[in-house]
Design a protein around this ligand. Structure first.
Ligand code: NDP
Length: 330
């Protein structure tokens, strides 16, 4: 079977040389194991962090080993009770191989009759749940409040804005192009969209947020966040979801700038990691699934065709190649 191997640790922005496509032989499945064929593979910004040799909430990738991530797969053969050939399963940390032998405990069955299987990597999976938990638990939105989202046209951000709208908030999205801005207002129903690559971010933000900003859902950090922080209201909440603008930095590009404002305006800022909220996933799915089914939350996907596209798709996240969730279809 084919495998994508982590060939070298990058410094700064990675390129294709850190990946190697190899043929590997798979061991036979033992008792309690499944043989799977990958259908849809998730690429996610956090994988950049796993490329560094640094202690974090997930162990670093090991050079010479397969990369791994969220995969929706079909069971080819089963030596585990409760799994039959043809079942469709989701594993959050499965190897980047076209087929794989894994313990049944590494996956869970998904119901492909509720939604297309790839949705379990996005709006009904890790990124949708991240939007839900971060916005609800830390953002605590109230109707009429203004919610600003950075990385708004991506997998997490697009769902944050749509939940905010559903709850009666004003949703303002920040993304990297006018085309993405159109997607935000025309498809996802944001009230306003701002292209951070155009000059005048401060002015355009204040025009889009005439009542200031009550919640800033931060996916990107850096200069975009500097601009939003200045416009936060008293008692604003800032769910810190990600800082993608810094993931490839070799040293932190900005110093602390916001803490003074946080004091005087009594702002709450809190980071969170979705995998610590597993006990809430069912609640999140129960909230999201009916809205997705009713078309009130739209799922946009950018799908690259072919297992070998995984490296390119992953790197594409750092230059904004995706609209909505970036997926690779085997
Ligand atoms: P996205 O689908 O949003 O893809 C990444 C997007 O980031 C790109 O499309 C691009 O959009 C934007 N981007 C890339 N580089 C920069 C930059 N230098 N400055 C500003 N924007 C940039 O990814 P996800 O929705 O999966 O993840 C979004 C964020 O949420 C990430 O920071 C990720 O690490 C984080 N995250 C955190 C989780 C948690 O548990 N806390 C769980 C899941 C995700 P554009 O064209 O607009 O620049």
């Amino acid at each position: 079977v084919k495998q994508i191997t982590f060939a070298a640790r990058p410094s700064g922005l990675p390129d294709a040389s850190i990946f190697r496509i190899e043929e590997v032989a798979l061991p036979d499945a033992k008792e309690g194991e499944l043989r799977l064929r990958g259908l849809f593979y998730s690429v996610d910004p956090y994988m950049r962090g796993r490329m560094n040799d640094a202690k974090s909430y997930v162990p670093p990738f090991q050079v010479g080993q397969a990369l791994e991530g969220g995969v929706v797969a079909e069971v080819i053969s089963s030596r585990a009770t409760g799994f039959e050939p043809g079942d469709v399963v989701l594993g959050p940390y499965l190897p980047w191989r076209t087929e794989m032998t894994v313990p049944a405990t590494a996956v869970q069955k998904i119901d492909a009759s509720i939604a297309p299987p790839s949705y379990y990597l996005g709006v009904l999976g890790m990124t949708g749940l991240t939007a839900y938990i971060g916005l609800m638990d830390i953002g605590k939105p109230k109707p009429g409040e203004t919610v600003v989202v950075s990385g708004a046209a991506g997998a997490v951000g697009s769902v944050v804005g749509q939940i905010a709208k559903h709850l009666g908030c004003r949703a303002v999205g920040i993304a990297g192009s006018d085309e993405k801005g159109k997607l935000l207002t025309e498809t996802f129903g944001f009230d306003a969209a701002i292209n951070y690559n155009e000059p005048g971010l401060d002015d355009r933000l204040s025009t889009a947020c005439p009542n200031g900003v009550d919640i800033y859902f931060d996916n990107v950090g850096g200069e975009v966040s500097d601009a939003v922080m200045k416009q936060l209201n008293f008692f604003a909440r800032v769910p810190l979801c990600g800082q993608i603008s810094m993931y490839n930095a070799t040293k932190p590009p900005t110093g602390p700038r916001w803490q003074g404002l946080m004091v005087t305006r009594s702002i709450l800022m809190q980071g969170f990691i979705i995998r610590n909220y597993a006990a809430r996933f069912r609640e999140g799915i129960e909230f999201l699934a009916p809205l997705v089914k009713a078309g009130k939350i739209k799922s946009e996907e950018t799908v690259a065709e072919g297992f070998e596209k995984l490296p390119e798709a992953l790197l594409g996240l750092f230059s904004g190649k995706n609209k909505g969730k970036m997926i690779v279809k085997a």
